[in-house]
Design a protein. Structure first.
Length: 389
């Protein structure tokens, strides 16, 4: 097989890249390890920056998002059962954000790929990247028992944190920055009406978050120890722990019901530098992971592939490698901005096991400062809204 860009991974990064490249007349083949059903069953992100919505809209991918997404002006923060305060992102920086599930984005991207008859191979196995630092890289893999080779000009590694692409960058070149947090998030999806606002809660029992997928579908998370077993968390226990972490008036407003999905995610910050090597370019979770506290992961995947698609389009239109050469440097500026705010919010809002009295007091006064300072709220609003691309 032959194509211009081989894309490893059919998550949001890989499928969106393929879509944008197609709009520039650049061909690609997407190689995805899992089945389409499995990819569509993963419940993940929910909050889209305005920039992300704008990118999807510009590529004709936002019809359903515009109908079904819920636009928010800001989010609430609440601390130790006290009164909540609203960070008014729209008022401070003139940007809004939208709750719309990543699952729906995946569906919209698959539908768009089907409409243009895109080559998206699912259930591929044993993907190997060959000669990435030469001008003629290729990818070998197995598909339904057949060994195949895909010749290409470039490889886009969009295969998530546990993918194989990043490993094709030699250890002598790759620099890794990592922070692992001593807790995870237990998330529940429930067919119940959500609270009107996204609410982040810091409570002595641990962090909690109220979010939404639609007017009839809510998404909640609580901080849990890393050794937590999901079987120990029947629905009743989850709801009572969740409510215990919110102040009375919010707890009373939470509508409980059965859960339709429950999962545990560990929290980690990770950045790989550089995000390119020879003719291999990494994008999305393949290059970086953020803890979900800042709701940035999917948004970074979208900005990475926007930069990368632009650079590849410029190469094919004008033969210029200038944007490709600068891809990692440009993408990393936005990546580190989101990595930093995700780390800041994680540190501000969680209870760290073994934190000293000093750490605890400093955190409380940081929350107090944020509550009382107009300027601190503007700064957080700017970071939560995300940088322009
Ligand atoms: P993905 O989505 O992991 O997709 C990678 C794809 O590559 C495939 N793959 C391979 N394919 C071929 N060969 C191989 N060897 C392969 N290895 C892997 C995988 O099957 C998969 O289909 O990465 P991508 O595309 O970079 O997208 C990143 C986002 O999925 C991720 O950043 C977000 O979900 C993070 N995230 C959030 N981001 C937000 O912007 N806003 C949020 O509100 C938000 N909430 C969240 C989140 C992530 C969470 N979890 C579960 C980690 C909430 C949670 C709980
Ligand atoms: C979500 O709705 O899944 C969500 C919302 C806000 C976050 C993380 C996840 O910070």
């Amino acid at each position: 097989m032959k194509t211009q860009v081989a894309i490893i991974g059919g998550g949001p990064a890989g499928l969106l890249l393929s879509e944008i490249l197609h709009s520039h007349g650049v061909s690609s083949v997407v190689l995805e390890k899992s089945s389409r059903e499995h990819v569509l069953s993963r419940i993940r992100a929910g909050v889209l920056e305005q920039t992300t919505v704008d990118v999807l809209r510009a590529h004709g991918l936002a019809d359903r998002l515009d109908r079904e997404g819920h636009v928010h002006d800001g989010m609430k923060i609440v601390w130790a059962g006290r009164e909540s305060y609203f960070i008014d992102v729209a008022k401070h920086v003139g940007k809004r954000f939208t709750t719309y599930g990543q699952t729906k984005i995946q569906e919209d991207l698959f539908a768009a790929a089907d409409r243009r008859n895109a080559t998206v191979l699912t259930e591929v196995e044993d993907v190997q990247l060959i000669d990435v630092s030469s001008n003629h890289p290729c990818v070998t893999f197995t598909h339904h028992g057949e060994s195949l080779r895909l010749d290409c000009d470039f490889i886009a590694g969009c295969d998530g944190f546990h993918g194989v692409s990043r490993q094709a960058i030699p250890p002598t070149v790759l620099r890794e920055f990592e922070k692992v947090y001593p807790f995870g998030w237990l998330g529940v999806l429930s067919p119940t009406p959500p609270l009107p606002d996204i609410v982040y809660a810091n409570h002595p029992r641990g962090f909690a978050l109220a979010s939404a997928r639609s007017p009839t579908l809510s998404r909640y998370y609580i901080q849990v120890p890393l050794d937590t077993h999901i079987e120990d968390w029947p629905d009743e226990r989850f709801w009572s722990e969740l409510k215990a972490r919110f102040p009375r008036e919010l707890a009373d407003a939470i509508v409980t019901g059965s859960s339709i999905e429950k999962s545990i995610a560990p929290l980690r910050s990770y950045v790989a530098e550089p995000m390119q090597h020879g003719r291999l370019f990494l994008a999305g979770d393949a290059a970086h992971i953020v803890p979900p506290t800042g709701a940035k992961g999917l948004n970074l995947a979208v900005s990475d592939v926007t930069y990368l698609a632009r650079a590849l389009a410029a190469y094919y239109a004008k033969g210029s490698t200038q944007q490709l050469d600068g891809y990692s440097e440009v993408a990393l500026r936005r990546v580190w901005s989101s990595v930093r705010v995700s780390w800041y919010l994680t540190t501000l809002l969680h209870r760290f096991p073994g934190a000293s009295d000093f750490d605890q007091r400093a955190q409380e006064y940081e929350l107090e400062y944020l509550k009382s300072s107009y300027h601190a709220q503007v700064a957080l609003a700017e970071q939560y809204a995300g940088l322009p691309i």
